[in-house]
Design a protein around this ligand. Structure first.
Ligand code: H2B
Length: 125
């Protein structure tokens, strides 16, 4: 595809339909796809922020983040295309898989965070 070819952008209705199918906890508003992750407090929020930050830098595709004591909201759109593109959905998928990962629910060797409230940091519900 030539450098000047316009990247395909998704309209709000199309993006919503895609999220409903693939990323049901994400929403589409004001030209971006968004997801709020709740945590049990500041330390959990910062761990989630840093994990998201790493994924976005590795992707070279950066969100707006709204950070509060017990939550972080991710907002993704593609500046170069002035809209929502495949890059936003692909990165949202990776972020969702990483932030909501609970190895204790998988068949592997990892136990995941203990149920003890002292260790709780991401709210998974
Ligand atoms: N992030 C987002 N969300 N959209 C972009 O178009 C984008 C980016 N472009 N991160 C990259 C970096 C950069 O090449 C340009 C100059 O912003």
């Amino acid at each position: 595809m030539s450098e000047t070819a316009k990247v395909r952008t998704f309209g709000e209705a199309e993006a919503r339909a895609r999220l409903q199918r693939d990323l049901p906890r994400w929403t589409c508003a004001a030209g971006a796809i968004r997801r709020r992750y709740e945590t049990h407090g500041w330390k959990g929020t910062l761990m989630a922020v840093n994990a998201i930050g790493h994924l976005c830098e590795a992707a070279w595709h950066h969100p707006d983040l709204s950070v509060a004591f017990n939550s972080v909201e991710v907002s993704l759109s593609t500046h170069d295309a002035d809209g929502i593109t495949e890059k936003d959905f692909e990165l949202a998928r990776k972020i969702e898989d990483v932030v909501t990962w609970q190895p204790g629910k998988e068949a592997g060797a990892l136990d995941g965070t203990p149920a003890d409230p002292r260790h709780a940091y991401i709210k998974y519900e």
